[in-house]
Ligand binder design. Structure first.
Ligand code: TRP
Length: 346
C-alpha cells in the first residue's frame, strides 16, 4: 500500500442563507478538523449549476458561504478555501472520470432520482454526472478523508469505485511510472465524527431544518440577529409537558427532542447533561436558556459574516489565493493523469 498523506477535502454548495443544520452538520465539523489534517474546503459552484441558478444570486451565495467558512473559524491561510470553478483541473478530471464511471453505477444514485423527480428526461446531464465531478474534486487532491453527511455517502462510495477502476484500467501505465500496486488514487474514506446532530424544523420536529421550508420561523440562520434568534426560539413549537429528566423521555416528543439536540450541540455537551440541568423545567425556562446560548454562539458569527460580506474584494482575494494554492496541488496530479491516459501535453 502506498502511504498517502492525510488530507481532508470537502465541498459545500453555494446556497444563500446557511442555517443551523448546515452549521452543526458540516461547517462546525470542518473547523474542528483543522487541528489534525491539512484541509481543503471548496465552494462547489460548478455543482450548483446542475440545477437552474440565478447568476447574480449564485455570485452572492459563493461569497456568503466563503464568509461563513471564515466567520466560523476556518483559517484560509493555514488551510485552503476556494471556489471550484477557479481550478479547471476539477472539470478536466471529471471528464476523464465520465469515461471511467459506468452508466450502471450512476443509475443507482438515489440523490439523482430524488432531485430529478418524475421528469427525468428534462434533468440536466450535469445533474446526472454530478457524482463524477464530486469524485474529481476529492481525487484531484488525492484526499484521503472526506467529512460528509449521510446523504453523500453513496457518492463517496462511487468516488472509491472510480478511484479503484482508474487504478485498475491504467495499472500498466501507472506501474510504468513507478507507482506501486496500481495505487495512483487513494481510496478516500468518510470521516464521521460521532453521529451528526439531526437538526429539525422549529415548526415541525419531524421535518429536517431546510432552506426550502416556506416558513422562515422553521430555521435559525446566519442572517438572524439576536432579536430574530430570540423570536424564532420563543415561537418554536413545543408540547405542553415539562422537559423529561431522561433521554428516553424525549421519545415521541420530536419538538422537545429537537430543542434539546440544538442546545446540546451548541453547548458541546451531551443530551443527558442538558436534561440533568433542565429535566422538570417548563419550556419557557428552557427556551430562555436556549436563546442566551444561541445568541452567544451564533451572534458573533453572523456579525462577522456581515462584516466580511460587505467587503467583496477581501472575500474574492481569499478565493483567489485559495484557488492558486489548490491548483498548485491539483495541476501536477492532473498532469500525471494525462500522461497515464496517454494524452500529449506541452
Ligand atoms: N455533493 C456535496 C453536497 O451536496 C457537495 C460536494 C461536492 C462535496 N464535492 C464534494 C462533498 C466533495 C464532499 C467532497 O453536499
Amino acid at each position: 500500500m502506498t502511504a498517502f498523506h492525510q488530507r481532508v477535502f470537502s465541498g459545500v454548495q453555494p446556497t444563500g442563507n446557511l442555517h443551523l443544520g448546515n452549521y452543526l452538520g458540516a461547517v462546525k465539523r470542518f473547523v474542528a478538523l483543522q487541528q489534525d489534517y491539512e484541509c481543503i474546503y471548496c465552494v462547489v459552484d460548478m455543482h450548483a449549476i446542475t440545477v437552474a441558478q440565478d447568476p447574480a444570486e449564485l455570485t452572492a451565495a459563493i461569497r456568503e458561504v466563503t464568509a461563513a467558512f471564515v466567520a466560523c473559524g476556518i483559517d484560509p491561510k493555514k488551510h485552503i478555501v476556494f471556489n471550484q470553478s477557479q481550478v479547471s483541473e476539477h472539470a478536466e478530471l471529471a471528464w476523464v472520470f465520465n469515461c471511467v464511471a459506468r452508466i450502471g453505477w450512476l443509475n443507482r444514485m438515489t440523490q439523482f432520482k430524488e432531485k430529478a423527480g418524475k421528469d427525468r428526461e428534462n434533468a440536466s446531464v450535469g445533474l446526472y454526472s454530478y457524482p463524477n465531478l464530486m469524485a474529481a474534486d476529492i481525487l484531484v487532491y488525492k484526499a484521503t478523508h472526506v467529512p460528509v453527511g449521510e446523504d453523500q455517502k453513496q457518492h463517496l462510495e462511487l468516488a472509491r469505485d472510480i478511484a479503484q477502476k482508474f487504478n485498475n484500467d491504467y495499472a500498466e501505465a501507472i506501474a510504468a511510472r513507478g507507482i506501486a500496486g496500481g495505487a495512483f488514487f487513494p481510496q478516500p474514506e468518510p470521516l464521521i465524527q460521532g453521529p451528526a446532530p439531526r437538526v429539525m424544523s422549529l415548526r415541525d420536529g419531524t421535518k429536517k431544518m431546510s432552506k426550502s421550508d416556506p416558513s422562515d420561523y422553521s430555521r435559525l440562520t446566519f442572517r438572524d440577529d439576536a432579536d430574530a434568534i430570540a423570536q424564532k426560539i420563543r415561537k418554536a413549537k413545543t408540547d405542553p409537558e415539562p422537559l423529561p429528566s431522561e433521554v428516553e423521555g424525549l421519545e415521541g416528543r420530536p419538538e422537545a427532542e429537537n430543542l434539546v439536540v440544538i442546545y446540546s450541540a451548541l453547548a458541546d455537551v451531551s443530551r443527558e447533561s442538558v436534561l440533568k440541568d433542565f429535566g422538570g423545567a417548563q419550556f419557557s425556562t428552557f427556551k430562555n436558556a436556549l436563546v442566551d446560548l444561541a445568541v452567544a454562539r451564533l451572534g458573533p458569527i453572523s456579525a462577522e459574516m456581515k462584516k466580511l460580506q460587505s467587503d467583496h474584494a477581501y472575500i474574492d482575494a481569499i478565493l483567489a489565493d485559495g484557488s492558486a494554492r489548490a491548483r498548485a496541488i491539483a495541476k501536477p496530479v492532473m498532469d500525471q493523469v494525462k500522461d497515464i491516459v496517454g494524452f500529449i501535453r506541452s
